[in-house]
Design a protein around this ligand. Structure first.
Ligand SMILES: Nc1ncnc2c1ncn2[C@@H]1O[C@H](COP(=O)(O)OP(=O)(O)O)[C@@H](O)[C@H]1O
Ligand SMILES: [Mg+2]
Length: 320
């Protein structure tokens, strides 16, 4: 029997630098983590901290500057174009705006069929087989059969994201990188899509890398959560531990910004001053220091190690 907890993806010291007219921009700087089969790693941080670049670098949509990416034990950065093309089926990505990634001239049926045909799972002549599979996939993602010939513009954001998910499922991937998949949706619809993704994982054992700027979105979905700041990892822990005992002042600030439904609970909100700047030629030391309410002299000058401070709980901070 296959062990559920086998490692599927391991990222080691991944870097992605962009050369800009203002200097070298460290979009992803030394990021390492492991994701086991059937589990979800949530990746959170403010807009601009390098989440999308990280997702794209893992898929080699942006060629990494340095580091290693192991998928099922093999370093895929050594793969040639042909091997990468074959691998892309196993590693899929779902984007924030499904409208942008769906072809407006293709109906639900055509969109899903296209994915099935790319997979070469069906012959284009097997109309009956294709139709049956399209309807199965539609049912799996909660789209009514009557929508089979609908076009993206006829559907709301939630349904469009369901088509996006159905298309990815049609490819039968092993890893799904979800880049802000619910951020463009109304809150009530966000919950529906998150529940769908959780159900699909429970039923079909998918592995997710779930990228979002909103910590509350990944709270229930994630096994582990990785918090990023200006390209670097600042904290990583099992989801419950991160919410219970955030160690890094940046994580504490992110958590304090989540609205609490209980009116009797007076949340101590930590307001961060300033905005995330771009990590062009960053100075050594903690990149959060300028905004940190607890900054000390030791935070500057030298890089802060990412240390294990509790069971599977890591943080890069001089305070802890
Ligand atoms: N193609 C690119 N060229 C130059 N800089 C880029 C490019 N893509 C992203 N960046 C920069 O990299 C940083 C991280 O961006 P991104 O990964 O999109 O962050 P996030 O997804 O967390 O919002 C930002 O400073 C952004 O401006
Ligand atoms: Mg992004």
């Amino acid at each position: 029997m296959e062990n559920e907890k086998t490692e599927l993806l391991r990222v080691e010291r991944l870097k992605k630098y962009f050369h800009t007219p203002y200097g070298v921009l460290h979009a992803v700087d030394d990021v390492s983590f492991t994701v086991r089969k059937g589990e979800t790693l949530g990746i959170v941080g403010e807009s601009g901290c390098g989440k999308s670049t990280l997702g794209r670098a893992i898929l080699r949509l942006h060629e990494p500057t340095a580091g290693r990416v192991f998928f099922e034990g093999y370093n895929i950065l050594t793969y040639d174009k042909g091997a990468m093309k074959a691998l892309r089926r196993d590693m899929q990505i779902i984007f924030q705006d499904p409208f942008a990634s769906l072809n407006p001239r293709m109906s639900v049926s055509e969109t899903i069929c296209e994915a099935l045909l790319i997979q070469k799972l069906y012959s284009p002549r097997d109309k009956e087989g294709l139709r049956k599979r399209v309807l199965e996939l539609m049912e799996l993602v909660g789209l009514a059969p009557r929508l089979i010939n609908a076009y993206p513009h006829e559907l709301d954001g939630g349904r469009r994201q369901r088509i996006g998910i159905a298309r990815v499922l049609a490819l039968n991937p092993k890893l799904i990188i979800c880049d802000e998949p619910v951020s463009a949706l109304d809150v009530s619809i966000q919950a529906q899509i998150l529940n769908l993704m959780q159900d699909l994982q429970d039923e079909l054992g998918f592995t997710y890398l779930f990228i979002t700027h909103d910590l509350s979105v990944v709270k229930h979905l994630s096994d582990d959560i990785l918090v990023m700041y200006l390209g670097q990892m600042v904290e990583k822990a099992p989801a419950a531990a991160l919410f219970e005992k955030p160690l890094h002042p940046y994580t504490q600030a992110l958590l304090s910004a989540i609205p609490v439904p209980d009116p009797d609970f007076e949340a101590k909100r930590i307001t961060l001053k300033g905005e995330l700047t771009s990590p062009i030629e960053p100075a050594p030391g903690c990149r959060f220091a300028k905004r940190c309410p607890q900054v000390k002299e030791t935070c500057l000058g030298a890089n802060i190690p990412f240390r294990e401070l509790g069971e599977n709980h890591f943080a890069a901070c001089t305070m802890v």
